[in-house]
Design a protein around this ligand. Structure first.
Ligand SMILES: NC(=O)c1ccc[n+]([C@@H]2O[C@H](COP(=O)([O-])OP(=O)(O)OC[C@H]3O[C@@H](n4cnc5c(N)ncnc54)[C@H](OP(=O)(O)O)[C@@H]3O)[C@@H](O)[C@H]2O)c1
Length: 280
C-alpha cells in the first residue's frame, strides 16, 4: 500500500508521518508532498518517498497521486495567511487533489478537517451528523474553506471511499500551540487532542475497512483556558476569569462514533495526563 501524505512539514504532519512509517506493515510505503526540499530530507531519512511541490500546482497533484492507494490530506493554510490563500489551499487545492486521486485510481481518501466547521454549539457535544452553522462567530475563511472542501469531496463522483477526520485543538510533543492559546484572552472551553491520538485517529481512518464519512477525533476531557495556565504552573490572568465563555459547549465534540466503529481510545485522555507523562 502506498499512501500519499500532504502537509508533512506542519505541526500535525511532522508528528504523524514518523508514526505512520513506524507502524507501517512490511511493504507499505509513504510518499510525502513537501514544498521545501531541505525540509523533506528528514522524511527521506525515515524511509518516505519525497516529492517536492505546491499543492496549488495541478501538475504536481497528478505526480503526487500516481500509483497511490490512499491519500491523507493533512495540508492546510490557516496560520497567519490571507483569506485568498486559505481558500486556495484548504478548498480549491483539496478539491483538485480529490480530482487527481480519482484520475489516478486512488482507492481511499482521508481528508483532515477541523471541529470548527460545526460553527456554534448545540448545547451538547457536537456529533458528526450535525449541520454546520455558517455565519457564527467562528466562521472565517479557514473553517469555511475546510467545510467547502469536505462538501465538495463528499459530492465528488468517483471518490467513493472518503473518510474525514475533524480534529480538535491539537497539542503535545513540544508543539508550541499550547503556548499560543495562552495569548488568547477569552475564558474558553477547548476540546483537545494529543498528537499521539491524532495520529491514532488518522491511522484508524486510513486503515479501517468499512469506515465512511465524518469522524470526530478528540480526547476525553475538554478543558478551559484556566486549566491550560494551571497545567503549566503559570498564574491565571484575571482577564481570563472576567470574560464569559461565548458558549459553554464551544468546540466540544462527541467521539462516540470513532470509538464504537473504529475502536479509537485516547492514549492521552487529558492535558493533565500529558503533563504527568511528560508529553506536553
Ligand atoms: N493544529 C490544530 O490544532 C488543528 C486543529 C484542527 C484541525 N487541524 C487540521 O490539521 C491539519 C494540519 O494542521 P497543522 O496544525 O499541522 O497546520 P500547519 O502546522 O500550519 O501545517 C500546514 C502544512 O500544510 C502545508 N501547506 C500549506 N500550504 C501548502 C501548499 N500550498 N502546498 C503544499 N503544502 C502546503 C505546510 O507546508 P509548509 O511547511 O511548507 O508551510 C505544512 O506542512 C490541517 O488540515 C488543519 O486544518 C489542525
Amino acid at each position: 500500500m502506498l499512501t500519499l501524505v500532504t502537509g508533512a512539514t506542519g505541526q500535525v504532519g511532522r508528528r504523524f508521518v514518523p508514526r505512520l512509517l513506524q507502524s507501517a506493515a512490511p511493504g507499505d510505503k509513504v510518499r510525502v508532498l513537501v514544498r521545501d526540499e531541505a525540509r523533506g530530507e528528514r522524511f527521506a531519512g525515515l524511509g518516505a518517498e519525497v516529492l517536492i511541490g505546491d499543492l496549488r500546482d495541478v501538475d504536481v497533484l497528478g505526480k503526487a497521486t500516481a500509483g497511490v492507494d490512499a491519500v491523507v490530506n493533512v495540508a492546510a493554510a490557516f496560520r497567519g495567511v490571507p483569506d485568498e490563500e486559505a481558500r486556495a489551499v484548504n478548498r480549491d487545492a483539496a478539491i483538485e487533489l480529490g480530482r487527481a486521486a480519482v484520475v489516478s485510481g486512488v482507492r481511499r481518501f482521508v481528508q483532515v478537517s477541523t471541529g470548527l466547521v460545526y460553527g456554534t454549539g448545540r448545547g451538547r457535544p457536537l456529533v458528526e451528523s450535525d449541520e454546520t452553522v455558517p455565519g457564527g462567530h467562528l466562521w472565517g475563511a479557514y473553517p469555511e474553506s475546510k467545510w467547502e472542501a469536505e462538501r465538495a469531496l463528499g459530492d465528488m463522483e468517483g471518490l467513493a471511499d472518503l473518510r474525514i477526520g475533524r480534529l480538535p485543538f491539537v497539542y503535545g510533543d513540544g508543539d508550541p500551540h499550547l503556548d499560543d492559546v495562552m495569548q488568547w484572552p477569552a475564558m474558553q472551553r477547548l476540546h483537545m487532542g494529543h498528537h499521539l491520538d491524532v495520529a491514532q485517529g488518522l491511522r484508524r481512518l486510513l486503515y479501517a475497512s468499512g469506515a465512511h464519512g465524518v469522524y470526530n477525533i478528540a480526547d476525553e476531557a475538554p478543558v478551559t483556558t484556566v486549566d491550560l495556565f494551571e497545567v503549566h504552573d503559570r498564574p491565571v490572568p484575571q482577564e481570563v476569569y472576567d470574560r464569559d465563555a461565548p458558549d459553554p459547549w464551544h468546540s466540544v465534540m462527541s467521539t462516540t462514533r470513532i470509538r464504537r466503529e473504529l475502536g479509537y481510545r485516547p492514549l492521552v485522555p487529558s492535558v493533565w495526563t500529558a503533563r504527568e507523562a511528560g508529553l506536553l
